[in-house]
Unconditional design. Structure first.
Length: 277
């Protein structure tokens, strides 16, 4: 199965272009279409050389509060030997373009497109681009929720092509999920999976649940139901969903529709509001 991973390249919009676009921010969801990921909205991070990034999501009170998500663009010779400043942050790296030289606790790995790494909190890791072309990858971060009596999961490296997608029951393979961590492994408090729909595949009901989502479309196009709205989306778009945002999907084709999906899992709901009594 050929896999495509659409990544932003930046640039600027011509002065002759119309302002009308698909970007929106509501009380339940946000849509950041690929056309707004331009040079002017990039950011930089301490201790990352020859690197810029697009911040797609950050913890936001009253919206999605559990995670941040970046698209990193590291030029040739760039990277970091001090990538993470928060010792409680866990992470997933997913490569879309180029090759990323990753060291984890002294072990060297090279992640090509489709490469995936889970990095537990306080992990000793570095990231470098030793190639001649930029490497572009997702970096999903979450503050790990420790539970007494449950170990912290270990780091691991795999790839999209190395994990067999699991079809949803009763869909004849039209809706499948590539799960990089075992859903029953309670050491993990977040999952970052890949969801695949064949043309005509649907989510046939309005999913309404506590999990927050960061949803980056890797390939194809679809119509997504978000709260009370139907929204057209395509490869390179990002959807940011708060808890309990109703959601459904219709993948109209002509090709597959695939997206990288974050969700928070496997922990009690806090009974004390942040900042409250």
């Amino acid at each position: 199965m050929k896999r495509n991973y659409t990544a932003p390249h930046g640039g600027h919009v011509a002065q002759t272009e119309l302002l009308t676009g698909r970007a929106m921010f509501t009380e339940a969801y946000a849509v950041i279409p690929k056309g707004v990921m331009r040079d002017i909205v990039t950011s930089y991070l301490p201790f990352w050389d020859k690197t810029r990034l697009w911040v797609l999501a950050r913890p936001l009170s009253g919206f999605a509060e559990t995670f941040s998500q970046y698209i990193m663009e590291v030029s040739a010779g760039g990277g970091s030997d001090r990538p993470e400043s928060d010792p409680e942050a866990e992470a997933v790296i997913f490569v879309m373009e180029g090759e990323l030289a990753l060291t984890i606790d002294g072990a060297a790995h090279v992640l090509a497109p489709g490469g995936y790494a889970f990095l537990p909190p306080s992990c000793d890791w570095t990231a470098r681009n030793r190639g001649s072309e930029p490497v572009r990858f997702h970096w999903v971060r979450k503050r790990y929720q420790r539970v007494e009596g449950i170990d912290v999961p270990e780091a691991f490296v795999t790839s999209d092509g190395a994990v067999e997608p699991i079809a949803m029951p009763g869909t004849e393979g039209r809706w499948a999920t590539t799960r990089f961590a075992d859903p029953a492994d309670l050491r993990h408090d977040m999952h970052v999976n890949i969801v695949t729909f064949e043309p005509g595949g649907v989510i046939p009901f309005a999913e309404t649940h506590v999990m927050e989502h960061g949803l980056y479309i890797l390939e194809g196009k679809a119509v997504y139901r978000l709260n009370q709205d139907w929204v057209e989306v395509e490869a390179g778009d990002f959807l940011w969903l708060r808890a309990f945002c109703p959601q459904a999907c219709y993948a109209g084709g002509p090709g597959r529709f695939r997206y990288l999906l974050y969700k928070d899992v496997n922990r009690h709901m806090p009974l004390k509001m942040s900042g409250g009594a």
